[in-house]
Design a protein around this ligand. Structure first.
Ligand code: ATP
Ligand code: MG
Length: 248
């Protein structure tokens, strides 16, 4: 699956760049040609200041995941510019984009996307698979991260032995293992009940407070309201950028 390729593609030691990670999209267009052309992104311009927390809402098919793929350097635009962490993504090779993902970005998905036969600790350190220098420190890093998400007593459980909320906590710990400056989440609470979703959002708020830049897709208004602002997408275009109070 695609996202597993993302994690396997980590090849370089994480070097935390100064928190310049802003994302800049300028007039981005992405058209799919399967039969009738679909303008999944039809002239989208946004910028994500370092440390900002942005939610994306919109009907099914409005281009939310396509937008996440652009920001996540998994896709490149047909037209327009995408800058992530100071780098012009459109001119990078596939390997260079993979390196950028591995050092600057953390991904969280609706389906958690954990490896079912690996333990929580092993899942968390998956993105470090090529970081040979970290062989000794790996377990320690997993422990620290899993403790931080409240799973210090579940290090050696596999995903089938964990609840949905616990699985998402493991996925969040995994997303943080490379100390990314930008965290991308596509419906992180979509498979969770309301209370568990609220607990996961508390973790997002902590990330926000720790200065991470966050971009999160959600269908749920009350989840989106945890962000500083909500981008409303309709038919591949930004209909409105709404400032919200932010429940911090
Ligand atoms: N790989 C692809 N090939 C062809 N068309 C695609 C592809 N990916 C997305 N599309 C089309 O682009 C449009 C936007 O899709 P996208 O997945 O970004 O929507 P979304 O807002 O994430 O929807 P949802 O809320 O259902 O996840 C849709 O019409 C979809 O059918
Ligand atoms: Mg989607």
């Amino acid at each position: 699956m695609r996202h597993e390729v993302v994690w396997m593609a980590v090849t370089e030691t994480s070097q935390q760049s100064p928190s310049a990670t802003t994302v800049e999209l300028q007039d981005v267009r992405r058209t799919y040609h399967l039969g009738e052309p679909v303008h999944a992104l039809d002239g989208v311009s946004i910028s994500l200041p370092a440390g900002s927390f942005t939610a994306v809402m919109g009907p099914s098919g409005s281009g939310k995941s396509t937008l996440m793929n652009m920001v996540g350097c998994l896709d490149t635009p047909d037209e327009g510019d995408v800058t992530v962490a100071g780098q012009d993504v459109t001119v990078l090779s596939g390997n260079e984009r993979a390196k950028l993902r591995g050092t600057e970005l953390g991904f969280i998905f609706q389906q958690f996307n954990l490896m079912p036969r690996l333990t929580a600790a092993e899942n968390v350190t998956m993105p470090l698979v090529f970081h040979n220098d970290l062989d000794d420190g790996r377990r320690q890093r997993a422990e620290t991260l899993l403790e931080r998400v409240g799973l210090g007593d579940r290090l050696d459980h596999t995903p089938p032995e964990l609840s949905g909320g616990q699985r998402q906590r493991v996925a969040i710990a995994r997303a943080l293992v490379n100390e990314p400056s930008l965290v991308l989440a596509d419906e992180p609470t979509g498979n969770l009940d309301t209370d568990t979703g609220a607990e996961i959002m508390e973790l997002f708020e902590q990330l926000h407070e720790a200065g991470r830049t966050i971009l999160m897709v959600t269908h749920e208004r009350h989840i989106a309201e945890h962000a500083d602002r909500i981008i409303h997408l309709v038919d591949g275009q930004i209909e409105e950028i709404e400032q919200v109070g932010g429940e911090r």
